[in-house]
Design a protein around this ligand. Structure first.
Ligand code: MSP
Length: 507
């Protein structure tokens, strides 16, 4: 792939990021780093969804002017990703001019396709979801997700002819089996499109907040454009286009669109797998290659919620354990695509067993033996191979992040076994040639482990490579060169540093 364009959802700024949001963004970061290593030109886009009524309510609650509240909160999101070391190439805000331009252009295209009409909407609306709720789904008038009263809604709005695309969407999903993943979500969406999908209202009576409906032939009749703002989801989805220059930088857009992967939570798949592709069909633009929906996080079994006050701050957690341990835990403990539970106990256990013992001790032992038996010098090259590169690459190409880690840990476990079986401390007395062969094998194996960990645990990977005496020249290698056996130069000098994962007695 010579380019890779990956996105996260853009987050509402009515609250600060919690571990569930960090999860999506970290996964995007792993894949972005991976494709960069493979030499692709990558755009990793994240950002904030700012035109929502939710944000307005949050600003009012905070007693702040909406714009200043939104600026302040959007910065909190960007700073969080920065302090977690995430490498997003851009950060889109839907109050930016470039986004407004893209939305306007997009609306015009959809209108030109004859897909916008003026209609009347009557029903129930949940501000928490920023979506309509079907009456039969309400519990005593409350939204089933937010447990708050839905609002009665009766307005004349512009509608998008979503149902016109029913057959085309079903055909596309059928012909592109990997468009929506995992398969359970694909089935859920197919049923929704077949049996429930209706036209959607894409504007709201509002002059206070949001992107105004553009003035067009259709919308200027009775000055409707002056009283309507674009429905926040219709505007938000377009961020994936404005982030790569739609309507402002055609060259960039040509190069990067369609997106290779939209990462989303399972709660927002209807928007991403039905509405969004239909919008793109209407605007005569290509569809994203993949939409992957991950599951939902609970904390020690409970839903993450403000009222329970159990939201975990990812920055605090990273300060306690180190960001790489958190990245490892999130990817390893949760089968990507399924729901998962965040448990401090399991984080601690994995830190001690898999990170400090399996990996940290391996590096420590190999470096100590090299110091002891060869005065810290890398011995002459010996033969060997790493069997799991294919599994590792395939896992990442197919978004099976937990399997990619399994591929790395099988190398680590084999290296630990090699030490136990070959007993270098005995070879030191009986067979120096064999000892050197084994040592080279272990050190070179660690170089491969370092490379495999670069996208997943970047700080740790860097430390491993440095401790093998490798400098920037190593990172200048192409991915294919890096994967070849024997890349570690003989006579190099190792540099044993601090333990990778210090014991956390007090945790
Ligand atoms: N603004 C919309 C997305 C627009 S994309 C064009 C939105 N924002 S959100 O802030 O409410 O949620 C953003 C993402 O965070 C969603 O993918 C959602 O699934 C995810 N998560 C929110 N809580 C989560 C968990 N507890 N666990 C995992 N992901 C969670 O929706």
């Amino acid at each position: 792939m010579n380019k890779f364009y990956i996105t996260t959802p853009i987050y509402y700024v009515n609250d600060k990021p919690h571990i569930g949001h960090a999860y999506t963004t970290i996964v995007a970061d792993v894949l972005a780093r991976y494709w960069r290593l493979r030499g692709s030109e990558v755009i990793f886009l994240t950002g904030t969804d700012e035109n929502s009524q939710k944000n307005v309510e949050a600003a009012e609650k905070a007693g702040e002017e909406v714009k200043s509240y939104i600026d302040r909160m959007s910065a909190v999101w960007q700073e969080t990703w920065d302090s977690l070391g995430l490498t997003n190439d851009d950060f889109i805000r839907t109050t930016e001019d470039r986004h407004h331009k893209a939305v306007e252009e997009f609306w015009k295209r959809v209108e030109k396709s004859g897909d916008i009409y003026l209609g009347k909407y009557e029903g129930w609306y949940c501000v928490g979801c920023e979506a309509f709720v079907i009456e039969s789904e309400l519990n005593n008038g409350n939204c089933p997700i937010h447990k708050k009263p839905a609002e009665r809604y009766e307005q004349e709005n512009f509608f998008f002819k979503l149902t016109k695309y029913r057959e085309a969407l079903l055909k596309y999903i059928e012909e592109n089996p990997y468009f929506i993943q995992p398969v359970a979500r694909r089935n859920e969406i197919t049923n929704y499109i077949k049996d429930f999908m209706q036209d959607v209202s894409i504007s709201r009576q509002s002059t206070k907040w949001g992107i105004p409906v553009p003035a067009t032939e259709l919308t200027t009749k009775d000055d409707k454009n002056k009283t309507q703002a674009i429905y926040v989801w219709f505007d938000a989805l377009i961020n994936y286009l404005s982030g790569v220059g739609f309507g402002t930088d055609e060259k960039k857009f040509e190069k990067f669109w369609p997106a290779d992967l939209h990462l989303v939570g399972k709660d927002i798949i209807k928007f991403h797998c039905a509405l969004w592709p239909a919008m793109l069909m209407s605007a005569k633009l290509e569809l994203p290659k993949h939409v992957f929906a991950h599951g939902f996080f609970t904390i020690n079994g409970d839903k993450i919620s403000k009222s329970l006050g159990n939201a975990i701050d990812p920055v605090e957690l990273a300060n306690e354990y180190g960001i790489d341990a958190i990245r490892y835990y999130l990817l390893k403990d949760i089968h990507f695509g399924e729901d998962g539970d965040f448990s401090n106990e399991r984080l601690k256990a994995r830190y001690e067993n898999e990170l400090a013992n399996d990996l940290g001790n391996l590096l420590h032992r190999v470096l100590s033996m090299t110091e002891k038996y060869t005065e810290g010098k890398i011995p002459a090259k010996s033969n060997g191979e790493i069997k799991t590169w294919n599994d590792y690459d395939q896992a990442l190409e197919e978004f099976r992040l937990h399997d990619s880690l399994e591929a790395v840990w099988s190398v680590i476990r084999d290296a630990n076994k090699l030490i136990e079986q070959s007993k270098p401390w005995e070879l030191a007395k009986t067979d120096l040639k064999k000892l050197n062969e084994i040592l080279y094998n272990l050190l070179e194996t660690l170089r491969h482990v370092g490379w495999m960990l670069l996208p997943i645990m970047p700080e740790t990977a860097q430390k491993i490579l440095n401790s093998l005496g490798l400098d920037e020249a190593e990172l200048k290698k192409t991915y294919e060169q890096a994967k070849e056996w024997g890349g570690l130069p003989e006579n190099g000098i190792i540099m044993k540093g601090e333990p990778l994962f210090p014991k956390k007695g007090s945790l």
